[in-house]
Design a protein around this ligand. Sequence first.
Ligand code: G3P
Length: 221
Amino acid sequence: MEFFIDSADIEAIRELCSFLPIDGVTTNPTIITKSGKEPEQVFAELCEALTEDQKIIAQVVATDYEGILAEADKIASIRGGKNIVVKIPVTREGLRAIPVVKAKGISVLATGIYSPDQAFWAAKAGADYLAPYVNRMCNYGDGVGQVIELVQTLAQYGMEAKVCAASFKNVDQVHQLLAAGVPSITVNPDTIRDMVGHPGTAIAVDEFTANWEKAYGRTTL
Ligand code: G3P
């Protein structure tokens, strides 16, 4: 399975990649604007911070068909196209563009998905990844359950598109999708930190050290 960081915060990306086997980074226009940097600078820093084996997944901003195609080509040229995936929202124009972008040999992630039915059509259009916005879907119903159902629907039809679950506000949402076997997921840095850090672990380690030091007068083996 693939685990991505949903962020353009280079410091957070470097920090998490320094101790976790991260498969790449996903961004969107809002995430890039939050960096306070020019998009070209963000992409350059991502290329520098990540290895070529880690994917960079970046989104088109244009909303018209021609514009989406042009921006897909632009994104696909980042880092010579190595492990680059173009995010295209599942609007009518986006759904029309997906098979055309795919036919050029460019990997596509269909994004802005609020329902399993939108995801189904993006899969049928040839998208490699489908990004349902789990937390936002929870505003309308059982977002987690709908995404689990989507994974099953794709398997049922032998569709190759992989769900890349996105938009999380807490660890439990992530946990439920991992437990259901979601093939890929993108999570913001704070929620990733919450996944790996537990106060109980720190207390246990402090206790080991204190007991060892009391018995042997040192804190190493
Ligand atoms: O990858 C999609 C994601 O960035 C949307 O997340 O937190 O804006 O719902 P959010």
